[in-house]
Write a protein that binds this ligand. Structure first.
Ligand code: MN
Length: 300
């Protein structure tokens, strides 16, 4: 079943339980001893676009498990789907994997973003074991309270729209296409995945200013609500830093960065860069330390 054409044609969301009972095109990998986390946060997957790194996300989902999983928005890119329908079976397989873990008992909380805002109208409801919320408060194992939201709420203040309009949709698309070419080339020569715009963003002064301004505004808003920290996505820049006593976490994206935020069972938080994890996994166990360090540098 193609879950997205079903949703778009008759909006029948109740069939999702049946969908979780069907079979994915890419079979789930049987990984012995999946990594266990207390909580996992992912966002900005942008299913329905060519930019989405579905292969990497499927690999991630088949290697990890958690008691709770937050989908922090822009999981499905409704904007682009409306313009041009693009839905490869790998994207269906991701939805299947997410619904499957809800069915297996993971508490899945979906906080729609601006690209999947069509789901915001279902806030407060539960479908196929997935709770849809506008935002959430997460309590860590050691009792810290974290506000979880997508983050587009702050666009008006941080002028994201103006910044994005300036950079332009077309330029971004071009960059993503270039990113795919660079990485196809790198794969051919057995080089690890490398994010083009991650490097470009770090070089462009305006982008750096915009990002730090955004982070401060979000942290300040969270602080005024009396929580210890905030988890968001939206700007595709994974980060963890203390801003005026408020923990700011951004779980990044699965377009280029391929990152997830996790909470360990003792409440410790960690940002996981999945491309690095794959590079590490593919290294033979007896590889000399120097080669290992080299790969980590390239993947950084
Ligand atoms: Mn967004």
């Amino acid at each position: 079943m193609n879950v997205i054409s079903k949703l778009m044609s008759d909006g029948n969301i109740t069939d999702l339980t049946d969908f979780a009972n069907s079979h994915p095109a890419i079979p789930e990998r049987i990984v012995e001893g999946r990594r266990q986390y207390r909580t996992i946060w992912i966002s900005d997957v942008h299913l329905g676009t060519r930019g989405c790194n579905a292969t990497m996300l499927i690999d991630f989902l088949d290697h990890v498990d958690s008691e709770t999983m937050y989908l922090v928005g822009d999981i499905i890119d409704g904007w682009r789907l409306k313009k041009k329908f693009y839905w490869p079976s790998a994207h269906n397989d991701i939805v299947w994997r997410l619904l499957k873990r809800a069915k297996r008992g993971t508490r899945v909380i979906y906080i729609p973003g601006n690209h999947d805002e069509v789901f915001r109208q279902f806030s407060g409801l539960d479908f196929g074991g997935v709770s849809i919320r506008r935002q959430a408060i997460h309590e860590t194992a050691d009792g810290r309270r974290l506000l979880v939201l997508h983050g587009d709420e702050f666009d008006a203040i941080t002028l994201t729209h103006r910044w994005l309009a300036h950079v332009g949709d077309v330029a971004y698309e071009f960059m993503m296409a270039l990113n795919r070419w660079v990485n196809a080339y790198r794969r051919f020569f057995d080089l690890p995945y490398w994010s083009l715009s991650k490097h470009a963003k770090a070089k462009v002064k305006n982008a750096v200013e915009f990002i730090s301004n955004y982070e401060e505004v979000v942290a300040q808003a969270a602080g005024s609500r009396g929580v210890n920290g905030v988890v968001c996505g939206h700007i595709h820049t994974a980060e963890f830093r203390d801003i005026g006593g408020v923990e700011y976490y951004n779980d990044g994206d699965w377009v280029e960065g391929c990152t997830a935020l996790v909470e360990h069972f003792d409440g410790r938080m960690e940002l996981i860069h999945w491309a690095d994890e794959i590079a590490r996994r593919e290294l033979p166990d007896d590889a000399p330390g120097q080669a290992r360090a080299g790969i980590e540098m390239m993947a950084a």
